[in-house]
Design a protein around this ligand. Structure first.
Ligand SMILES: NC(=O)C1=CN([C@@H]2O[C@H](COP(=O)(O)OP(=O)(O)OC[C@H]3O[C@@H](n4cnc5c(N)ncnc54)[C@H](OP(=O)(O)O)[C@@H]3O)[C@@H](O)[C@H]2O)C=CC1
Ligand SMILES: O=C(O)[C@@H]1CCC=N1
Length: 280
């Protein structure tokens, strides 16, 4: 990650450095973001010690202290904890007025603004865990208070760990959640299923896993780099009346497309439910 655009890298506090937040800042550090500009917080010292050792970031269990040092505050706790964490941070946030970024599923900008005392620039981000290996996908929505410079800063942070797509309506983040936020789990499930099928067909477990993972990786890389669309790449694997055609027909007969659409919608619906359940 390069920093030609800003003379001094911004200090970023990650409040709640769990799976998702650490995937983002871990990816940023690996891409060259200065670790001494990142402050991570968590409840347990063990979590923080491990992150300090792995990435060299600063850590503290004191959320308000982290906010007092930060230009950008990334809220990375579970949605169910967000209200209490925000309320406890209100004085520090109002004193410092950093850019607020939430990665929590569901929680709206309106709730965050209210919980943090109002008059803030807020970005909602729906990232995903492959950010850790630089292949993340993040959808972002910004409130009117967010400046072009702050948008640029988020672009810079997140393009270091993957692709960034801005949406102009907050509600579209539910769709982003259903596709890319939850999406890695769908592909892991597919890999698990293919591995299990390989074992069922007589392969040893390690061979089945290696073949399944490498095939998923190869297909994703081909889809990413190819000038052809995924449907064309699929057709090129299917010889007429061959083996793949038989397998694809089996998927189609079993309704794979509807199954996927229902699952993606269910994730988005749950994001909207979380917003309603947790608003107060
Ligand atoms: N996991 C994913 O794939 C994605 C998750 N998200 C969102 O990211 C958020 C976090 O999820 P995830 O990373 O999976 O969850 P984790 O449970 O892995 O991380 C939550 C972190 O918050 C910390 N924490 C809890 N309470 C506090 C507190 N009071 N102060 C400071 N830190 C606290 C925990 O600390 P400790 O370790 O000490 O318990 C933990 O490190 C959620 O809102 C989720 O919706 C968004 C996109 C994808
Ligand atoms: O399952 C969840 O709620 C979070 C949000 C998207 C991915 N994981």
């Amino acid at each position: 990650m390069t920093h030609q655009s800003t003379a001094t890298p911004r200090t970023i506090a990650f409040i709640g450095a769990g799976n998702m937040a650490s995937a983002i800042f871990g990816g940023m550090v690996d891409a060259g973001y200065p670790a001494d500009r990142i402050i991570a917080t968590a409840r347990s010292r063990e979590t923080l010690d491990a992150l300090e050792q792995r990435y060299g970031v600063s850590t503290t269990q004191d959320n308000a202290y982290a906010v007092s040092q930060a230009d950008v505050v990334v809220l990375g706790v579970k949605p169910q904890m967000m209200h209490d964490v925000c309320q406890a941070l209100t004085p520090a946030v109002q004193n410092r007025k950093p850019l607020i970024v939430s990665v929590a599923a569901g929680i709206t900008c309106d709730s965050l603004e209210r919980w943090l005392g109002g008059d803030l620039a807020i970005i909602r981000c729906m990232p995903n865990t492959p950010s850790l290996v630089g292949v993340g996908a993040s959808g972002l929505y910004a409130t009117a208070q967010v400046t072009e410079e702050q948008r640029g800063l988020m672009d810079e942070m997140l393009t270091a760990v993957g692709i960034v797509e801005w949406v102009e309506e907050e509600g579209l983040l539910e769709a982003v959640t259903g596709i890319s936020g939850s999406g890695p789990a769908y592909f892991f499930l597919f890999i698990e299923s293919l591995e299990a099928a390989g074992i069922e067909l007589g392969l040893n477990a390690e061979t089945a896993r290696r073949l399944a993972i490498q095939t998923a990786r190869g297909a994703a890389e081909m889809a990413f780099f190819s000038e052809h669309e995924p449907a064309e790449l699929r057709r090129r694997v299917c010889s007429p009346n061959g083996t793949t055609e038989r397998a694809i027909n089996s998927f189609e007969e079993d309704g794979l497309r509807d199954i996927v659409e229902r699952a993606a919608k269910a994730s988005g619906v749950r994001a909207a439910e979380l917003a309603r359940e947790l608003d107060r």
